[in-house]
Design a protein around this ligand. Structure first.
Ligand code: SF4
Length: 689
């Protein structure tokens, strides 16, 4: 029990409503969480709690939360006993294994229920039953950026904004996606820095920037190469870093020569003089320059090379692992839950690993988009069963119609979630799950190299944590030896076993415990974790896999071969402050603040189309169509011809328009942020879903 004052108990924990893991105080009355506030002592948020964090109270107590196991009987749901649900699911898994083979089972881990430990538990479970098919939302969000950086530097560094002299936020809007990260960025700028934002929209962070550079969607690689060319021409580069710690500089420098300011302007819409100015502003502050590469970069057919192009700037500026630059955090040394060493299962053909081997080699991620083909066409082999936890691919994967058809075709589809999502509606079984306030889990915070422990504060009888769910299922499948820990505490102790940290230490340090003092410039002694051990302007690894060794810029299709039938370009997925991805749409206060999806449109386009804010238009791509209300924005917010539509809305599911067959050739990421569409005003104002 936490500290008690009157009828109020007080606990400390970590918020997991987004990836920032802020320290929180949680107050409980009569067994119910009634209030959450920011924890002043926590090194990351210093007492701040954002609006998303406050929503955790609504989430845990939501009246529409799933608290009982549900089984589909025809078109209806029937509440069943938890043991019965687990027994039946285990029997169906065994049947799939014996009929189709172990690899026809799969798991899919989303983020609504937790992050790293859950991810590794699911990886462990699926390998324990003999299948390599671990899926997650990472194969179409986040990993594109991680991979782009990892191919160049060996890792995706975090940003030392506090000590930086220049923060460059590229295609991201932290005030809405990671609210408390924004404070570090602004504090850094306050001290001695400069904030530059590069994006297609005048976002919340762009409005606070010293310089905002508006760019056409999917052309970021050209701008990065233009900046690189200018830095090299001005000899404003770190020769000490380039000479000692990089490979391929000459080849790269030769390649970027073609990206003159005028050519960059032609590709990106960024004025030539701005390209030169940007390079000089950034170069004059090196090496204390921190780049944050956002999700806007990775959802293009050329996404990974756009990220590589930006990552290459670190090599020129010498900011990699430098104080005030892009800092490569060390890990705390937790034990590995996965079985890739003992049971690699690569020979069983993880789905998507043949086509996107880079994604699998680096991240051990199967490809969710390819999973739909395996279900529907049984190629390369049939995928028949899936346990999906805290994800909503019916709304968030491209080509939703196909996704829905595929998930319906599974022989066994089990969804674990807090709410009846569009994906859960397709399941055979929907199982109640625990929120982060009902689960004790280890969390690391790389920028400060601190580790913390979330607290199990309340419990609901049938809402098992993912660990306990998998443990119970494993015992029914005869693989209980892979889940020997009796509870989450025992699991956490096992994870910490190779460190000097104990659970008791973590409980004594709700503000986070520094697992290692930060060290900068580690590559000078240890090298980098790339194949060459050096910073790679060119990648021999990619060349060996049939790709260009250079981060070559390929213009997006809407620029190099425009289709006059689909004259607008659509960007999807800009964040909203109340919503995290497709979540929170069922919370009343979120809906009253932001009730509808909409399409952001430049006033010139609105005039051409003859529409105003609130009018309904039909958006059509070569994949499908959807109706949505218009929001005419200020002319500075978005460029004419470019539109932005928020994702995650069942009412206007934008992934009915997105392609599942136009993927980045290296990592398989889908085209979601430079989609060609046409826009037709609805004369009668009605809206079809
Ligand atoms: S930024 Fe907000 S939502 Fe994210 S962890 Fe912190 S308080 Fe929670």
């Amino acid at each position: 029990m936490g500290d008690v004052t009157g009828n109020r108990e007080h606990y400390t924990s970590l918020c997991r409503m987004c990836d920032n893991r802020c320290g929180i105080n949680v107050y409980v009355e009569n067994g119910t969480i009634v209030e959450i506030t920011g924890l002043k002592e926590h090194k990351w948020n210093h007492g701040r709690l954002c609006v998303k964090g406050r929503l955790a109270v609504d989430m845990v107590n939501a009246p529409d939360r799933i608290l009982k196991p549900l089984k589909r009987i025809g078109r209806k749901w029937e509440e069943i006993n938890l043991d019965q649900a687990y027994d039946e699911i285990a029997e169906k898994i065994k049947k799939i294994q014996s009929t189709w083979g172990d690899r026809s089972m799969s798991v899919w881990k989303g983020e609504a229920l937790g992050f790293l430990t859950q991810e590794n538990l699911y990886r462990r479970f699926i390998h324990a039953i003999g299948s390599p098919n671990y899926f997650s939302n990472d194969s179409q969000c986040y990993v594109g950026r991680w991979l782009g950086y990892a191919l160049v530097t060996g890792d995706w560094a975090t940003q030392d904004f506090i000590k930086s002299k220049c923060a460059v936020i590229w295609a991201s809007n932290p005030p809405y996606s990671q609210p408390n990260l924004t404070q570090s960025i602004l504090n850094g700028r306050e001290r001695s820095g400069k904030l530059i934002v590069i994006d297609v929209r005048l976002s919340a962070i762009a409005r606070q920037a010293d310089e905002f550079v508006q760019i056409l969607p999917g052309t970021d690689g050209a701008l990065a190469h233009g900046i690189a060319r200018q830095l090299i021409e001005d000899d404003n580069i770190s020769h000490a870093f380039i000479d000692k710690y990089t490979i391929g500089f000459e080849t790269y420098a030769q390649y970027v020569k073609i990206f003159t300011p005028n050519l960059v302007e032609k590709h990106t819409g960024v004025p030539a003089e701005t390209v030169v100015h940007l390079a000089r502003e950034i170069g004059s502050r090196r090496p204390k320059v921190a780049f944050y590469a956002g999700n806007g970069l990775e959802h293009h057919e050329n996404g990974i090379n756009n990220v590589r192009a930006i990552a290459c700037l670190d090599g020129l500026l010498g900011n990699l692992d430098h104080e005030g630059g892009n800092f490569i955090a060390e890990k705390p040394g937790l034990r590995d839950l996965t079985l890739y060493k003992d049971k690699p299962l690569r020979h069983l053909g993880p789905i998507g690993a043949d086509k996107y081997s880079v994604l699998y080699d680096f991240r051990k991620e199967c490809h969710t988009i390819s999973a739909m083909d395996s279900i529907l066409n049984e190629k390369p082999y049939p995928l028949k069963g899936m346990i999906l936890a805290g994800a909503n691919p019916a709304l968030t994967n491209p080509n939703s119609q196909k996704v829905i058809k595929a998930l319906k075709a599974l022989e066994l589809f089990v969804v674990r979630d807090l709410f009846m999502t569009e994906t859960a509606k397709l399941a055979d079984y929907v199982l109640p799950a625990a929120t982060f306030l009902e689960n004790s889990e280890l969390h690391c915070h790389p920028i400060h190299q601190i580790i913390g422990l979330s607290t199990e504060i309340v419990t609901f009888p049938e809402c098992d944590s993912e660990h306990i769910f998998l443990k119970k299922l494993a015992s029914r499948l005869g693989i209980e030896n892979y889940f020997p820990w009796k509870d989450n505490d025992e699991l956490n102790r096992w994870l910490l076993q190779d460190t000097t940290i104990t659970l008791e230490t973590l409980r004594d340090h709700p503000e986070g415990f520094e697992y290692k003092p930060r060290r900068f410039l580690k590559h000078q002694k240890d090298g980098l974790t790339t194949p060459s051990g050096k910073f790679e302007f060119v990648s021999k690894y990619l060349k060996g896999h049939g790709y260009s060794e250079l981060p070559e810029y390929v213009p997006p299709a809407y620029r190099c071969s425009p289709n006059p039938e689909y004259p607008y370009v659509m960007v999807t997925g800009a964040r909203k402050v109340f919503y995290t991805h497709g979540r929170n749409r069922n919370f009343k206060q979120c809906r009253s603040a932001i009730p509808n999806p909409d399409i952001e449109m430049h006033p010139i386009d609105a005039e051409i189309l003859g529409v105003k804010t609130g009018d309904i238009v039909t958006l059509t791509s070569t994949v499908g169509s959807v109706d949505i209300p218009v929001k005419v924005v200020h002319k500075s917010k978005i460029l004419p011809g470019v539109t932005q539509v928020t994702h995650g809305w069942q009412e206007s599911n934008i992934n009915l328009l997105t392609h599942d067959d136009r993927n980045d050739p290296i990592d398989g990421f889908p085209l979601m942020k430079s989609v060609e569409i046409k826009i037709t005003p609805k004369q009668d104002g009605s809206r079809n879903h």
